[in-house]
Design a protein around this ligand. Sequence first.
Ligand code: ATP
Ligand code: MG
Length: 668
Amino acid sequence: MPQPEELLAALDPEQREVALALRGPVAVIAGAGTGKTRAITHRMAYGVATGLYEPTEVLAVTFTTRAAGEMRGRLAALGAPTIQARTFHSAALRQARYFWPQVYGTEFPEIISSKFSVLGPAARRVGLHGDTALLRDLSAEVEWAKVSNVRIPDYAETARTAGRQVADLQPGQVANVMAAYEELKRENNRIDMEDILLVTAAILADDERVAAQVRRQYRWFVVDEFQDVNPLQSTLLDLWLGGRDDVCVVGDPRQTIYSFAGASPRLLRDFSRRYEGAQRLELVRNYRSTPQVVAVANAVFPRGTTSGGVKLEAQQPAGEPVRYLSHSDEPSEARSVAQEIVRLHRSGVPYREMAVLYRINAQSEAFEEALGEASVPYTLRGGEGFFQRGEVRQAVTLLRGQARGGEQEDGALVSEVRAVLAALDYREEPPAGGGAVRDRWESLHAIVSMAADLAEDKPTATLGDLVTDLERRAHVAHAPAVDGVTLSTLHAAKGLEWEAVFCVGMHEGMLPYVHNRGEAPEPERVEEERRLFYVGVTRAKRVLTVSWALARKPGGQARRKPTRFLDPLLPADHESRRSGAPKPRRKTAAVLEELDAGDRHLFERLKTWRAEKAADAKVPAYVIFTDATLLSLVAHKPHDARELVGISGIGQTKRERFGEEVLEIITG
Ligand code: ATP
Ligand code: MG
């Protein structure tokens, strides 16, 4: 068991304050990468080490099973393996299972593992025939209503005021499905995930004896990621506390990206009002990213936007500037990202330390293809590759069947594709709202766009040609692999970090994502999307690139603008720097080809030296010098410190640190 002082020594001054605040209500407002988990795990371990906390009396709650597991691991390493670290669900389930038979005298009901099995029949019961995408959206809506304490009779009205939209359904229809769903569950004595929390809350609220027993068990409460807490979870927390106030919550108001699922950032903002005498502490030192990345993160929130949150202070040494790249079209954006990934990999960054982040799943296709072409392994986080998705497979099958069977008119490819996809309920206009139904539409729409591109290149293109093209793309993009580059939506990237991050497809309309064409998104939605952008950029440790394409397809009109969230960041002369693929790098490869034997040898020696430096400093090689800088050295062969000044990529710091050694290698 570590000494209390040892635990404190591992923390910075602000984190230490958190650890020392062992009693009473505490709210820690912390930015991305500031070591939230580190601070609260040390706090709990410190409480145990000083003898104030009995470890079995501490309950730490997080949101995902992964996060709970990580917290248990860290607590064990800090000498407090018996502290309970659980998700809200698992903590509630344990209590509900234990007390149910005592309170109700019956066996605990069966828990349905997914809502689909009940929602399908429920939808049919009220005359709706939906596919999986619709069921997924209905399931999300049922969850939202339950965690937001919205009762079914009130649903339609509340949904209207809150601007909820489930595919093309009317709120009344959704309420009918909800009622049928609850009925079916009751008939079969089943409960779902949210019922677990509702049941636990009901038992604690109604049974004084049970409540007293639970409150005797747990005296100290900690909640991580508090900005994601929903009203139902907050109710449960209140019941656990039962009027006491030994609770510490940690959160980042700038990372609330799940309001549509019921998360209520107000709970964090109002914490001090609800708990009298609450201490408010801040963590602002960012240990994850370079000052360049941190500066971008801070600039995403100009005054007057998202209230709350902290300005980050970088702790890492300086790195490369963040790059903003505008491309002529989507395929060239994807190719450029793939090239850059290959370059970084060559300079020593492992593939698994890189990520490509986008707003919606349908954006992955271009990148899967470009990475496939470049033989770069990749994995999709929390989703399937474009050509593995159900609707895409169905579409390809239908198109293939039609191509075999039918006669075709010249020049009618796109309308034919639309006609075939109509069998999958594809319409030209997108469905209202976001969600799975919209995602599915975006996938099918991407196929129609591919057909349009093909028809433009070759006006006589047939369905058969399209199928061949789709098969080629599927084949190229087939290579999902472990330890590869991560492809992920911004949402699914929360909490993770990589050496190099590419935020792609960042144009107006995509970010903030526009649900209804031609309609400006509401201000609250814009703020949620701003926070999503913040989550994206703060995943990067050293290399960050933000890019967009001015047109969807090659030769298309350059109509798009970069996301408004870049407004404070793009230099005024950005127009002039708009390029396709970053040109200097293309030159790098070419220059390397043209070197004579002597120069190539010098280049290799510089690379060997760089690898040693990188290993010593425990940083990727490109942090020491990029390939371009090495080539520039080879080309100019500077003889003294003064001549080093002209080499791009060698500023004063690097000149002082590496100048002598580099000159020695060059002058032999
Ligand atoms: P996010 O908001 O993005 O989820 P976070 O606040 O949870 O971020 P962590 O992931 O816990 O941040 O920490 C970011 C990185 O900083 C980790 O690698 C962590 O080990 C490191 N770190 C945290 N505190 C310190 C410290 N006092 N000294 C050195 N490194 C630290
Ligand atoms: Mg975290």
